[in-house]
Design a protein around this ligand. Structure first.
Ligand code: AMP
Ligand code: GLY
Length: 436
């Protein structure tokens, strides 16, 4: 597969991650035309939004043929786990159009916790000890929890995709055994028909991102994500309330361990197993007293981490995509600013529980850039008249700023958020505080 000098790109997805991708792609000298399916109110300033469901593969095929698309970039995991890459490769009419993302088999690194754990075992990638349970061996699973092979807190994970909700961490043995049975009975639907029990890793988490052409790789800037709804990292888990990059505790020495012990064995494993992987790998790591261990693989970029990773990259993103497609990533140069990027996510009242949509948003800039910030849309939509922008999701905006320090970057984002309003706007005011 060969990319022409200028390209028409179809980007799949419609969250904050995709607005950040669209914003960065739109800056490329090599872009002819960008389409985003379905996109959001913010991505309209970067290209053309298309009312297409990324899981409707026949509709994607029609669209890419009708619009002379040269490259498809997949934002979220769902279409990858459903096999969008394989759909393209198996159809003679569209197999020449490269897809940034792994095959369905390789996407199991995110789609099945058991697959990911077994892969890590085969390739010596450090991770928590684990035990797989299905209905057939539920008694063995309960006995495992009670044995001296694990200790509280007990980590129970649904094997399949569960929209970020499939992990339980429990202190009480009896409760862990009850929850294990409930998960196998379908507490998280089909995703928890199989459960992975894991050793609890204590430490501080960091998100590491790798671009790969399946042979070579480039490490992108790392980030720290703030998962809980409440300040001081309290309350319910969310899709992410903010992020910071770089991460001060991810020192050169620590990142060298990540590279040699985790990234390289992972890429070698992909190569040795003949997995078709041309895209991004998101490695969720725990820093256990200076030793990195893998918590999870994701087969896509993180959200809201992308909103701090891409603004730090100063080189051309389409050029990086070309390296992935042409399997010449090792010849490409990735330039990164040493400045700190911070993003603060504004959510709807009630999130991550029930929330209302359709609240008019005031004070939004016309494009992402405003003053010292970048306002990325996550859950937004244009109202019927096309003028008004309204909330359309739990996470509404991700406001990113660059600065010489974490306090400078976050202060800029909070200042920008001060000019924006909608009914029920909430954000955490402590993004980055734990890193000072
Ligand atoms: P996952 O879906 O695997 O990313 O898990 C969701 C979250 O649960 C992670 O981001 C961690 O904060 C936490 N978690 C998952 N596995 C472990 C573990 N083995 N030890 C401690 N925390 C974990
Ligand atoms: N921020 C975590 C994720 O994208 O899964």
């Amino acid at each position: 597969m060969k990319l022409p000098q200028t390209v028409n790109i179809l980007l799949l997805g419609g969250g904050g991650r995709e607005h950040a991708f669209a914003w960065k792609i739109a800056q490329s000298q090599r872009l002819e035309k960008l389409y985003i399916a379905p996109g959001n109110a913010g991505t309209k300033a970067c290209g053309v939004n298309v009312d297409l469901n990324p899981s409707n593969f026949p509709a994607l095929k029609q669209f890419v043929l009708n619009n002379y698309i040269n490259l498809v970039v997949v934002g979220p995991e769902q279409p990858l786990v459903e096999g969008v890459k394989d759909y393209f490769l198996n159809d003679p009419e569209i197999r020449h159009i490269p897809v940034i993302g792994p095959s369905q088999e390789a996407a199991q690194l995110e789609g099945s916790k058991e697959y990911a754990k077994a892969f890590m075992m085969r390739h010596g990638v450090p991770t928590a000890a684990y035990f797989v349970v299905t209905k057939e061996n539920v008694e063995e699973g309960c006995a495992f929890l009670a044995s001296d092979r694990v200790r509280a807190p007990y980590v129970l994970k649904a094997d399949g995709l569960a929209a970020g909700k499939g992990v339980l961490i429990l202190d009480d043995l009896g409760e862990a055994q009850r929850e294990l049975r409930a998960m196998l009975e379908g507490k998280f639907g089909a995703a928890s028909k199989k459960v992975v029990i894991e050793e609890f890793l204590s430490g501080i988490e960091v998100s590491v991102f790798v671009a790969t052409d399946g042979v070579s790789y480039k490490m992108l800037p790392e980030a720290k994500d703030y998962k809980r709804i409440g300040e001081g990292d309290t309350g319910l888990n969310t899709g992410g309330m903010g992020a910071v990059s770089p991460v001060p505790f991810a020192t050169e020495e620590f990142m060298e361990k990540v590279r040699t012990r985790i990234v390289e064995p992972t890429i070698r494993g992909i190569r040795e197993e003949g997995l078709d992987y041309t895209g991004f790998i998101f490695i969720g790591l725990m820093n256990c007293g200076g030793e990195p261990k893998v918590v999870e693989y994701n087969v896509r970029m993180g959200d809201p981490e992308t909103e701090v990773v891409l603004p730090r990259i100063t080189s051309d993103l389409v050029d990086l995509f070309e390296g992935i497609v042409h399997k010449s990533l090792n010849e490409k140069v990735l330039e990164v600013t040493p400045q700190t990027a911070a993003t603060v996510v504004c959510v709807s009242k009630g999130y991550p529980g029930d929330y209302e949509k359709g609240m008019p948003i005031s004070g939004l800039p016309a494009t992402a850039e405003t003053g010292n910030s970048l306002v990325f849309h996550a859950g937004t939509a244009c109202c019927k008249n096309g003028e008004e922008v309204v909330t359309a999701g739990g996470r509404v905006l991700a406001v990113t700023s660059l600065g010489d320090s974490i306090p400078m970057a976050t202060a800029r984002s909070y200042e920008t958020i001060g000019n924006i309003d909608y009914d029920g706007l909430y954000c955490r005011h402590d993004i980055g505080h734990d890193l000072l």
